[in-house]
Design a protein around this ligand. Structure first.
Ligand SMILES: [Fe+2]
Ligand SMILES: [Fe+2]
Length: 290
């Protein structure tokens, strides 16, 4: 925290790195992270779709980039997975058999990938290196008298031929909702400025046109209102998300949602959140000079 009593956060989403040969995108990420360090941000947040095709080795590209800039640290970076991190569409199609939809194995594949994700990013997910640590998790960061907290959830819903044909619909699991409603969570967050982190968008802007409605359905955050209820219970002021590749800020009840857009498609743009010691906050989207 700077002497003027504020905490600054830089937010990126939807990087969609396609592998170690994606040199242009990796160079853009290096440039962005170097800027974050130069501009002195206290913390970096990435809200999912870090990589494009759920190859666990590709997460290492993100980890190594953070390491190069001294940002691979519990106190410096928080990130969560998106659908592109945990679901391989081709694989799901290949396994799919209409007479044997194998719901359980689809859930298992997402769960296994989430476990691998948590292993690769363990130091950002658990400050004690807890081997079981995964999502959801909470992170409370203290800056002198003042503290901020993240409530990080996975909203990735397993692929389903009928219910989630593009793997892009989202949902928060029962277990996650239940875990976050545990009174110990509220107690841990008490007194902090709380921010929710999820990948899927509470609001997907469409029109009344049928084609838009069909598109919205494929992207929908199915139980977004249950998630909102938890965010309100935990007194979250902000929710940072991605998924729907637009830079947006909108309010639902008392919670402000910030969509970090897509670093893949707008690699010069990021979101900046400034939290003041008195609990007020500001947000803006920033463009780097080309
Ligand atoms: Fe995305
Ligand atoms: Fe996504």
């Amino acid at each position: 925290m700077s002497i003027d009593n504020k905490v600054t956060i830089a937010h990126l989403s939807d990087l969609h790195i396609t592998g170690k040969n994606d040199l242009r995108q990796i160079a853009r990420l290096d440039r962005m992270l170097a800027e974050f360090v130069r501009r002195g941000y206290d913390h970096i947040v990435m809200t999912g779709d870090l990589i494009d095709t759920a190859v666990p080795a590709d997460w290492a590209i993100i980890r190594e980039a953070l390491e190069r800039h001294g940002l691979f640290d519990w106190n410096r970076t928080t990130l969560i997975p998106g659908n592109h991190d945990l679901i391989v569409l081709e694989e799901e199609m290949r396994f799919y058999h209409a007479l044997n939809p194998a719901e359980k194995s689809r859930q298992r594949r997402v769960r296994d990938r989430l476990k691998q994700f948590s292993e690769i990013f363990r130091p950002l997910i658990s400050d004690e290196g807890n081997a079981d640590a995964s999502l959801p998790f909470i992170k409370v960061l203290r800056f002198g008298e003042f503290s901020i907290a993240f409530v990080a959830v996975s909203t990735v819903l397993p692929w389903s031929g009928s219910d989630n044909p593009l793997g892009a619909r989202g949902s928060v699991s029962r277990e996650t909702l239940r875990a976050l409603m545990d009174p110990r969570v509220s107690t841990a967050l008490d007194g902090s400025f709380v921010m929710g982190l999820c990948h899927h968008a509470y609001r997907v802007y469409g029109t009344d046109a049928l084609v838009d409605q069909a598109f919205d359905w494929t992207m929908e955050f199915k139980n977004k209102d249950e998630f909102l209820k938890v965010m309100k219970t935990l007194r979250a002021s902000l929710v940072l998300h991605g998924h729907f590749h637009r830079f947006q800020v909108y309010r639902v009840d008392d919670v402000t949602f910030i969509n970090g857009g897509s670093f893949r498609f707008s690699p010069e743009r990021y979101g900046e959140v400034v939290i003041n010691g008195d609990g007020t906050w500001d947000h803006r989207f920033v463009n780097l000079d080309r």
